[in-house]
Design a binder for this molecule. Structure first.
Ligand code: AMP
Ligand code: TRP
Length: 340
């Protein structure tokens, strides 16, 4: 069987270049080599405060962004989590074999609960649902950014716990591994923290060229470079050098290194050389997204197709899990009792 990959993304509205470089671009490449499942995780999203009308729009916009970035609904199974109820079904099952302590020590939980007055159970159980997402498809590999590595460790704990209790002779669930990109952690425009929607330090994947330039121009660079004549160190430049490595051809990256260390280019020159290379990759994505925004039927059809394909696999996993656990799937009680 072709190895399976699974990844999820929250319908947080617009994609930013951190999501794109850390995860989405990788999916677009991997969909040619693996059986690929990409899920817009709206059940995860509702663990944070939200407006119902807003959520539907964000889910739609996320689908547009993913399709525009190159996720191909004929190759990959692209779907919305809440359209496949087996995700929450398996999450409940996993809750019964996951120690509370494992959930309480998750860094993402500690950070989120510190910000909330009243902490909901869904915030704690968030990574259990994530484990269910992945294991429902028996996926081996999970292409994500670095911030998801701890959640994946938990997925492996869940898998091991379930296997040792219900299928000790031959493990039923795999132990999924992260698959990181070289750009596993893109810094935000403040140069202080990772690029993140909630920190407001992003460049949107679909932003107009002028808006991108307005954000690049004031972005911080190597603090030792006060003047153009000060020699710089690219590795101390938190954003621009990283983006050159992601978007510019190798010879440009070498030119940047030489001209920065040799104080031949100012930082604005360096940013000017970056912009067209970014736009070369982002403009076709922006144009494709505009086309899709105007064609809701096409987006819906892609998601419906994905949900149908996902459910076929999800149902089969749940059927087997129920059998192994002694839960009553259709026909099971009659069959089990007549075998006595
Ligand atoms: P999220 O928007 O938090 O649902 O993240 C979607 C995907 O993008 C996950 O695989 C994250 O690990 C990845 N990601 C988010 N922010 C960044 C970033 N600043 N750098 C690299 N990857 C990121
Ligand atoms: N927690 C992930 C994030 O915030 C989203 C996610 C949910 C996910 N389920 C997943 C990622 C399964 C990978 C696999 O980015």
């Amino acid at each position: 069987m072709m190895a399976r990959i699974f990844s999820g993304i929250q319908p947080s509205g617009d994609l930013h270049i951190g999501n794109y470089l850390g995860a989405v671009k990788n999916w677009v490449q991997l969909q040619h080599q693996f059986e690929t499942f990409i899920c817009i995780v709206d059940y995860h999203a509702i663990t944070a405060p939200y407006e119902p009308a807003d959520l539907v729009r964000r889910t739609h916009d996320m689908a547009v962004g993913l399709l525009a970035a190159g996720v191909d609904p004929e190759k990959a199974t692209l779907f919305v989590q809440s359209q496949v109820p087996e995700h929450t079904e398996l999450a409940w099952i996993f809750n019964t074999i996951t120690p509370l302590g494992e959930l309480e020590r998750q860094v993402a939980f500690k950070e989120k609960s510190a910000r909330q007055e009243q902490v909901m159970a869904g915030t704690l159980n968030y990574p259990v649902l994530q484990a269910a997402d992945i294991l429902l498809y028996l996926a081996d590999l999970v292409p994500v950014g670095e911030d998801q590595v701890q959640h994946l460790e938990l997925s492996r704990v869940v898998s091991r716990n379930w296997n040792s209790r219900f299928s000790p002779a031959k493990p039923f669930f795999p132990e999924p591994q992260p698959r990181l990109t070289p750009t596993r952690r893109i810094m935000g425009l403040d140069g202080q923290a990772k690029m993140s929607k909630s920190l407001g330090n992003t460049i949107g994947l679909l932003e107009e060229p002028d808006a991108i330039w307005e954000k690049l121009r004031p972005a911080p660079t190597d603090p030792a470079r006060q003047r153009k004549t000060d020699a710089g160190e690219p590795d101390k430049c938190p954003i621009i050098y990283q983006l050159h490595k992601a978007f510019s051809p190798e010879e440009t990256v070498r030119e940047v290194e030489e001209n920065c260390r040799g104080a031949k280019w100012g930082c604005v020159d360096c940013k000017k050389s970056l912009l067209p290379n970014m736009l070369a990759e982002l403009t076709p994505i922006r144009e494709k997204a505009r086309e899709l925004q105007a064609d809701r039927a096409q987006v819906s059809a892609a998601l419906d197709l994905g949900a149908t394909k996902a459910r076929t696999v999800a149902r089969e996993t749940i059927k087997q899990v129920k059998d192994m656990m002694g839960l009553a799937r259709e026909g099971l009680i009659a069959n089990a009792m007549s075998a006595r």
